[in-house]
Write a protein that binds this ligand. Structure first.
Ligand code: PLP
Length: 428
């Protein structure tokens, strides 16, 4: 059988990736063609917008091109050779991705990203199970993807939504308030790592506290998965939402990992082709298990690309990746604190922080600051980061955010600090 994943990363197959390679940042950078890019003004790109989306290594781009160039076909349908190859690659990727996340392939439902993954829980599980009298607990640091679906559920089904506040001194969740909010809770939805603050929540404790009151737990791992190994079965959460594009994979794909007993309680979300057993003019019956939730032509190229991304990541020890990112972010944050007028929201220096630095300058507008940084070649994010309730809690409309990943270097961080100092000296 044709093996689209063979030799994706210099001849190492997924099975051979057990021995972690030491981190060689220059060798890692060489895997990412975009990192050598110069901007139209001639400046070398320094990409510090990784919490929005990571860059893609060449093996991911090649795996997707190879699918389109050599065996593009629809999956799960025809019996010709190309269809067989496409189906094998799609399902092979599911095996690799689910195994990377420490679970079985029948517990993984492909979605378009973390947003659709959370909506799938809201529509496929919560609409079946929850109604008036039920409580969904969220936190003030959720991304809109983990707020709006629950507000809609509240409007449609009368479910009560409670928010756990953050402590704006330590930028951490108020765990006492969580304890109170859990009273009578049916579902607890918590972000693993804040995309704004870089704070990693104590999700192990939150899962334990939530399950001890009989609530199901959804963890939004969109930001967590690029920074640490998520082991679904041992974490014990009921649902985990993941985006591929923040962890070296392509856009347009992600997944929801679902515990078997929770999946058995779910009903269909999107309906149409693929997810049915039998359709007559009177009614339709549906596939069992994860097949009930994957409708229409699958995301074939994207799944293959994501498979290649986890194969690439699997070369490394995620703990070493985390330490490298944390070193660069801690050093950068400490330097930034010395620059007059800069205020950091969060504690990037903390050991479990994930390399996001949200900041503002007291007199330079955040949009101006982002444009001035871009002129120097530095890509940072500016805005509310799809976390307006958190912005409200912090008392600001937006922040600038520099976010780091495995390929960022101390040299880039030094250049960033020099340029930021120059901007502040010149424009404040
Ligand atoms: N949750 C968090 C914490 C995020 O940072 C993001 C994206 O920024 C999402 C959810 C939504 O992910 P996606 O846009 O890939 O669906």
């Amino acid at each position: 059988m044709y093996s689209p994943h063979a030799a994706l990363i210099g001849g190492r197959s997924f099975d051979q990736c057990g021995d972690d390679l030491p981190l060689d940042i220059e060798a890692i950078r060489a895997d990412f063609p975009i990192l050598s890019r110069r901007l139209p003004n001639g400046k070398q790109l320094v990409y510090f917008d990784n919490a929005a989306t990571s860059q893609k290594p060449k093996c991911v781009i090649d795996a997707m091109s190879r699918y389109y160039e050599e065996y593009n076909s629809n999956a799960h349908r025809a019996i010709h050779t190309l269809a067989d190859e496409a189906t094998a690659a799609l399902e092979g990727a599911r095996d690799m991705i689910s195994s990377y996340f420490g679970t079985s392939s029948d517990q993984l439902i492909y979605t378009s990203g973390a947003t659709e993954a959370i909506n799938l829980v809201a529509y496929g599980w919560a609409r079946e199970k929850l109604g008036k009298g039920d409580v969904v607990v969220l936190t003030e640091m959720e991304h809109h993807a983990d707020i709006v679906p629950w507000q809609q559920l509240s409007i449609d089904k009368g479910v009560e939504v409670r928010f756990v506040p953050i402590d704006t001194e330590s930028f951490t969740l108020d765990m006492d308030a969580l304890e109170v909010a859990l009273d009578g809770a049916s579902l607890v939805c918590v972000v693993h790592t804040s995309n704004v603050l870089g704070v990693r929540n104590p999700i192990e404790k939150i899962i334990e506290m939530s399950q001890s009151v009989g609530a199901r737990v959804l963890i939004d791992c969109a930001q967590g998965a690029p920074h640490e190994r998520i082991d679904f079965d041992s974490l014990g959460a009921d649902f985990i939402a993941i985006s591929a594009h923040k962890m070296a994979g392509p856009t347009g794909i992600g997944c929801i990992l679902v515990k078997k007993d929770a999946m058995a309680e779910m009903g269909p979300f999107m309906t149409g082709g693929s997810m049915i057993k039998r359709v007559t003019m009177e009614k339709s019956t549906f596939q069992d298990g994860n097949a009930m939730f994957e409708t229409g032509t699958p995301r074939i190229a994207e799944a293959i690309g994501w498979g290649a991304a986890v194969e690439w990541l699997n070369q490394f020890d995620m703990g070493e990746i985390h330490d490298h990112i944390n070193d660069v972010a801690s050093w950068t944050a400490a330097q930034m604190r010395e620059i007059p007028g800069i205020k950091i929201y969060g504690e990037p220096e903390r050991e479990d922080s994930s390399g996001a630095i949200s900041f503002l300058h007291e007199s330079i507008q955040s949009l101006d600051l982002a444009l001035l940084l871009d002129e120097g070649g530095f890509a940072v994010r500016t805005g509310h980061h799809c976390a307006q309730p958190l912005m409200d809690a912090l008392g600001v409309p937006s922040t600038n955010r520099a976010s780091f990943w495995v390929y960022n270097t101390m040299g880039e961080a030094e250049a960033f600090i020099d340029h930021l100092r120059y901007i502040v000296e010149r424009f404040s």
